[in-house]
Structure formats: structure tokens, C-alpha cells
Write a protein that binds this ligand. Sequence first.
Ligand SMILES: [Mg+2]
Length: 276
Amino acid sequence: MTFRYRRSYRGPIRSVILDWAGTTMDFGCMAPAVVFVEVFRRQQVPISMDEARAPMGAHKRVHIKRISEQDAVRERWQEAHGRLPTDDDVDAMFAEFVPLQLECLSEYSDLIPGALDAVEQCRKRGYKIGSTTGYLPEMMEINVRDAERQGYVPDSTVSAGQVPAGRPYPFMCLQNMINMQVSPVEACVKVDDTVPGVEEGLNAGMWTVGLAISGNEVGLPLGEWEALPEDEKQAKRERAYRRMETCGSHYVVDTIADLMPCLDDIETRLARGDRP
Ligand SMILES: [Mg+2]
């Protein structure tokens, strides 16, 4: 008989790579959404919050372009301007987006309940804490400073724009591994509240945890989410879980406060030779 032997990593998790808005801070991922709406309003093209949120996770210029490619938005643009939006329009809106986003980021930079505790538990286990984001480096300066003030300091932060391509490409995750000098990819877990953010981790070959409630999928600040009647909560929860599960997340939980049991399970699977 002929056999081939396959090498498998059986060690522990070595790094957890966390998204920012909707994952560790800004419950509901509000900060970018409100600014996208404002930028289009200034072009006399009103868009809904759902339209603004659809491409969430991408580099912010790519995000504006994707909003402008939605059929309903193109129709409204055509009505307002007598023509369809162009790349120059996207550039002009992106130029307006940047200062508006910088101005309001700190209004939405509260850490999500459970984030600090999860990070502390990860650190006790010896995991490095990486992070990736669709925000630009100058926006991250503000978020990093606000997070530090609240006690959250990741070992590495990589923004779209510091790598050849943002999400869903794997490069921000892989750059974190380089920055923190961790390997192999099977020892890394990506945690995110958006589909492109989960895909980023999957494309890197990592384990992934999708967050259904605290981020872009439900899209409500903590107070509004808590005030919802139970049946509405349940409907939104089911829809969000389905979205995060069907993009291929290994695990889906409500928020980062529910992360640790997923990591326990991943360690069990790694020990018996499973791969992401
Ligand atoms: Mg996010």
C-alpha cells in the first residue's frame, strides 16, 4: 500500500486579529454609516442607511464607489445630475468624506462591552492581539488614541491603504502576522462584524468568528438595540446570523463578549489536527 503523510499544526492559537468599528468599538458601526449618508446628501442624492452600509468593511474610497454602483442610487444620481456618477465624482466625495469622518470619529469611539475583558483573557493565554480596518491611517490615529485611553492597546494595527488591497483580500491579516511575528496562519483567528472582514480572514487561511449583533448587520447603537421589543430583536438576530454564517464564518456569535468559547473550541480542534 502507498501512503502519503500530511503535516498538521497541533499547537495553540497564537494570535487573534480584531476588526475595529462594530467589533471592538462603535457598537452598531455608526461612524462610517452616518458620514456616507451625509456625503451623498451633499451631492443632492439621498441614500438610506442600508444603502450606505451595504459595502461596509471595504476601503472607504472603494466603499463610496460601491454605493454609487447600486441601481437605485444610480437612478437618483441620474435624476439629480442628468448623468451617471463617474470616477471623478467618487474622488470628490472621498475627498469630502475624509475630513467629515475625522471630525466625528471620537463621538463613536466607545469600546464595545466585553471587548476589554476578551482582550485581557486572550493576553493571559499568550495570544498576540492584531487588528485590521477599512479606515485610513489618519482615522486610525484617532481611534487608536481613544482606545488607548479606555485601556485597549493592540500589538499591531493595519489599515486598508497600508497594503496593496483591502478587504476581502487577505493582506491586512497577513501584514499583522508579519508585524507580530506569529505563524502559522492556522494559529490565527480573525474576528469581524462584516462579510468582507470575515472573507479577509478566510482568504488568509485563518479561523474566523463573525459578530452578528454589535456591528454592521444590525446597525443599531447599543441603547437602541437593547430597547427593541424581543420579537424585533429575534428577527434581526436571525437575519444577521444567516448572513454571517453563509459567508463561511467558522463561528457566529452576538458580540466580542461571546468570543472566548469559540477560541476554546478552536484550540480543541487544532489539538486534534483540524484546519480552518
Ligand atoms: Mg467593522
